[in-house]
Design a protein around this ligand. Structure first.
Ligand code: KG4
Ligand code: ZN
Length: 353
């Protein structure tokens, strides 16, 4: 413990990134991400047994790198934190096993963290990337967190840090998953989300109109499978007509992105019209997308709300710093952590943490 702030080493192996971070209070000292993207590219998605082996291979060197970059030694670490779920079961296992092992050897407590809570909390770290100075954020609550990633698309209400209520979620694919799958049909590789954004820049989002799903449903749930089916049909048609050239693909990407985000915004608008919140937060891999950020800024302005999103792209995608930050808040709320064994929870709901 330095300056009364706990030093936490956090590990996330929920999907296809092995990540280890060291945080001190709300300050991120290191955040190392060993990506497996190149290994999974050939499958066009995450292959569980390959992910498990890669986590096994990467975890030791990633821990050493994160410690080294943080400037602290293992003797100075006060807590360990690990993602318990949701995520890929064989992948989660590796991180949990290793963290518990370290907890025993270093004789320090292990704090289990929900991955989605990590994405939510990631917006509270407003450390200046140049000066490394941390601004302590005191959010106005309740806040509505929009999580958009490869595995999740959810609206989560937060009255208090650590207490969450899911107001709506996708009933099938996640927004990032939809971009990835349609992108794959367009031959854009894996993950396609960032490529779709790049190609969509300055192209026409109205060139290939998409249906707006679930406009008659009264809830705040979403569904991206219709957008996927519509895309498949439209792409087949373009291919048959020999019209799927570079420019058409770029226009299609702009339209797809617009279609996916319009659905989120439509439901978010309904939610904000019917509920009172003070801030809107955006987290998860898709939060790196500038168009989505712009749309959320617009809606925040419309409802006169403060908008927050992670200051760096690295805090949007899967990373362990967000797990360390979530753990820091837990240390402030509860002083004793006694977990000796932690079972993985691949479908752990944010409402039951
Ligand atoms: O949060 P994340 O790293 O992993 C999960 O927990 O799922 O999110 C990964 C997802 C992928 O679907 C990827 O295509 C998408 O985030 N993504 C993007 C962008 N960067 C990553 N989607 C759209 N625009 C981006 N710039
Ligand atoms: Zn994630």
């Amino acid at each position: 413990m330095k300056n009364n702030l706990p030093i936490i080493l956090a590990i996330d192996t929920s999907c296809d990134e092995t990540s280890v971070a060291v945080v001190q209070g709300q300050k991120v000292l290191s955040n190392v991400v060993a990506s497996q993207i190149d290994l999974h590219k050939q499958y066009g998605g995450v292959f569980p047994t390959v992910a498990k082996q890669a986590h096994k291979d990467n975890i030791e060197p990633t821990i050493l790198a994160a410690l080294k970059r943080s400037g602290f030694t293992k003797q100075e670490i006060d807590y360990l934190a690990v993602t318990r779920g949701p995520g890929l079961a064989p992948a989660l296992e590796i991180g949990i096993q290793k963290t518990l092992e370290l907890g025993k050897v270093w004789n320090i407590p292990v704090i289990p963290i929900n991955h989605i809570e990590g994405h939510i909390i990631s917006v509270l770290n407003q450390a200046n990337s140049k000066t490394k100075k941390v601004e302590i954020i005191k959010p106005q609550l309740p806040a509505l967190s929009v999580i958009a990633s490869g595995g999740h698309t959810e609206f989560i209400l937060m009255e208090k840090i650590g207490e969450y209520k899911k107001l709506g979620a996708t009933l099938d694919d996640a927004a990032g998953e939809c971009l990835d799958k349609v992108g794959r049909l367009l031959g854009l590789g894996y993950p396609a989300g960032p490529v779709v954004e790049k190609l969509a820049k300055n192209r026409d989002p109205k060139s290939h109109p998409f249906p707006l799903p679930m406009t008659t449903s009264k809830d705040y749930n979403m569904s991206f499978s219709g957008i996927k089916t519509h895309s498949r049909k439209a792409i087949n048609k373009l291919e048959e007509a020999d019209k799927l050239d570079k420019n058409t693909i770029a226009d299609f990407c702009a339209s797809l992105q617009y279609g996916v985000f319009r659905h989120i915004i439509y439901k978010l608008d309904k939610l904000l019209s019917e509920n009172t919140v003070k801030e809107i937060w955006l987290g998860g891999g898709v939060a790196a997308n500038q168009s989505l950020r712009k749309e959320l800024r617009k809606i925040a302005k419309k409802f006169n709300l403060k908008f927050r999103t992670p200051y760096s792209k690295k805090l949007c995608g899967d990373n362990a710093a967000m797990i360390g930050l979530a753990a820091y808040y837990k240390t402030q709320a509860k002083k004793n952590f006694t977990a000796k064994s932690i079972d993985r929870k691949p479908h752990w709901s944010i409402e039951n943490i």
